[in-house]
Ligand binder design. Structure first.
Ligand code: S3P
Length: 431
């Protein structure tokens, strides 16, 4: 589906951010692993998180849809059912990487995970390696890609340093560790989002963090009566960028999750002199069970270029395309280092962002581990291909509103992966 986004008048008004995708996946998975029913309020109803509900149903959990919540009746930590056929994860990388952690603990049972064409290009060796160290058997296509087969086993605890900062891989090992034979410690090269740790703490698990290391003690059961999913900063970020870029805009975005491990984009944006006010969580040594919320008050601002270093990348990983877009409108250079992980997202997102913005008139170069943008004060416009990637589709739409001549997004339907109401919400704020 091709959709055109014309240069916009100022964006005005209020918006409630759609529910957080990462936290919805985790709530459904932990619900399925729990022994007692878990009520989830504000679950995200989008393609990716629907795949997770289907997956946990296939594994024996019951999912009841109620008007304002869903209720997941799980199987317990070690009693997932072996389904008849492969589990279809659709386009959901988070499901592909987290679920094997639980499956690895299902002694003697085998599972196959598969998904769409994009999923079949996403590496799974990163989760297979630590799970093998714990005792599970895993096989994948060419040793690296889905379909992924997991044969569960009695797991041992490990002490493991992750080679990449990935919340998905960290979470996978944490889920497996619940059924291991002692305490597991995972180190990451830089901090990544910690929603799994927070939810496990709430579920009564003995888990703590020490700098870049997390230690989790095995558990008999998870007890998590109720989860309320906050709004997704990664979805809200597209509206934030639109408000900052289109002159005279003023937006209030409500109910946004502002967990410190997710707000890297807002810190980068503040450095660029974008105007976003909110009550953001500060970094803290203590692991909290709480997911903080804030409203974000966004206004147009004249932007300056900035440099994003590797340490900051996992804290803004899904918003780096927007940093590139903002860089096109800023004064000076905007450079992102240490973001080679973008090559293995829903698309090769370095190529998608660089080719896409160049096609709209941006001066941007790809580097091995990111990109460099020379700000020229704006973008002409043109056509951009979403490449089946929801975040590229939404970036293209925002570029259109702020461009001189408008942008046609090829494949706008990809937005439904995380934000089905995106085009409608944007139209309302622009009207
Ligand atoms: C996610 C972690 C990140 C992020 C993805 C969601 C998660 O991936 O890009 O959209 O929910 O844990 P990586 O762990 O591969 O960096």
């Amino acid at each position: 589906m091709n959709v055109r986004f014309e240069p916009s008048r100022p964006l005005q008004g209020q918006l409630r951010a759609p529910a957080d995708k990462s936290i919805s996946h985790r709530a459904a998975l932990l619900g399925a692993m729990a022994s007692e029913p878990v009520r989830i309020e504000n679950y995200l109803h989008a393609a990716d998180t629907t795949s997770t509900l289907e997956a946990v149903r296939a594994l024996g959990a019951l999912v009841e849809m109620r008007e304002h919540e869903i209720v997941v009746r799980g199987t317990g930590l070690r009693e997932a059912r072996e389904p008849d056929g492969p589990i279809d994860v659709g386009n959901a990388g988070t499901l592909l990487r987290l679920l094997p952690g639980w499956l690895a603990a299902q002694e003697g049972r085998s599972f196959t995970l598969d998904g769409d064409d994009s999923i079949r290009r996403r590496p799974v060796d990163r989760v297979a390696e630590p799970l093998r160290l714990m005792g599970a058997e895993l096989k994948s296509r060419s040793g690296r890609f889905p379909p992924l087969q997991v044969r569960g086993a009695r797991l041992r605890c490990i002490s493991h340093e992750l080679p990449i900062a990935s919340a998905q891989v960290k979470s996978c090992v944490l889920l497996a560790a619940l059924a291991a034979d002692g305490a597991t410690t995972i180190g990451e090269p830089a901090r990544s989002r910690d929603h799994t740790e927070r939810m496990l703490l709430r579920a009564g698990v003995n888990i703590h963090r020490n700098g870049r290391h997390v230690t989790v003690v095995n558990a008999d059961e998870l007890v998590l009566e109720r989860v309320r999913v906050p709004g997704d900063l990664s979805s809200a970020a597209f509206m934030v960028a639109a408000g900052v870029l289109v002159p005279h805009s003023r937006l209030l975005i409500g109910d946004v999750g502002v967990n410190w491990t997710r707000t890297g984009f807002l810190r980068i944006l503040r450095r660029m002199r974008g105007i976003v006010l909110g009550d953001l969580e500060d970094e803290s040594g203590e692991l909290s069970a709480h997911e903080p919320l804030s409203d974000l008050d966004v206004a147009h601002g004249a932007l300056e270029g900035t440099v994003v270093e590797a340490e900051e990348v996992p804290l803004a990983i899904d918003e780096l395309g927007l940093v590139a877009l903002l860089g096109c409108f800023a004064e000076g250079e905007t450079v992102v280092h240490g973001a080679q992980e973008l090559r293995v997202k829903e698309s090769d997102r370095i190529a998608g962002v660089v080719d896409g913005l160049r096609g709209l008139g941006g001066e941007i170069e790809a580097t091995d581990d990111g990109f460099a943008v020379r700000g020229t004060g704006g973008l002409k416009g043109g056509t951009i291909d979403a490449r089946g990637d929801h975040r590229l589709a939404m970036m293209g739409a925002v570029a259109g509103l702020a461009s001189r001549e408008g942008v046609e997004v090829v494949g706008m339907e990809a937005a439904a992966v995380s934000y089905p109401e995106f085009t409608a919400d944007l139209a309302r704020l622009c009207s």
